[in-house]
Design a binder for this molecule. Structure first.
Ligand SMILES: [Zn+2]
Length: 93
């Protein structure tokens, strides 16, 4: 790391769109989150875990920084910025 360059973060993507993140509290104080796709409805559950337990996940386990936004950009990923043709219809898969 150079210290000048911004750290890399990972963007959860489904159907070429950034997945929406929501976090929920639970009665026992624990929280969990979901990454959801607005196109196909796929949902991934994220459960909170102590960072001390990372070693229990195997030799190559790593903690990654993932963007979790409740209101991520809705544009399709991978398109050149500034080349937006406005709203597009959802692609047929
Ligand atoms: Zn999807």
């Amino acid at each position: 790391m150079t210290g000048e360059k911004a750290a890399t973060v990972w963007v959860p993507v489904c159907c070429a769109r950034v997945m929406r993140y929501n976090v929920y509290g639970r009665a026992d104080g624990a929280a969990f989150g979901t990454l959801g796709c607005r196109i196909c409805g796929r949902s991934i559950t994220l459960e909170a875990e102590s960072a001390e337990k990372v070693k229990e996940y195997g030799e190559r386990a790593a903690v990654v920084q993932v963007i979790g936004s409740p209101r991520p950009p809705t544009e399709e990923r991978g398109k050149a910025e500034g080349d937006s043709g406005g709203a597009t219809n959802d692609p047929t898969l």
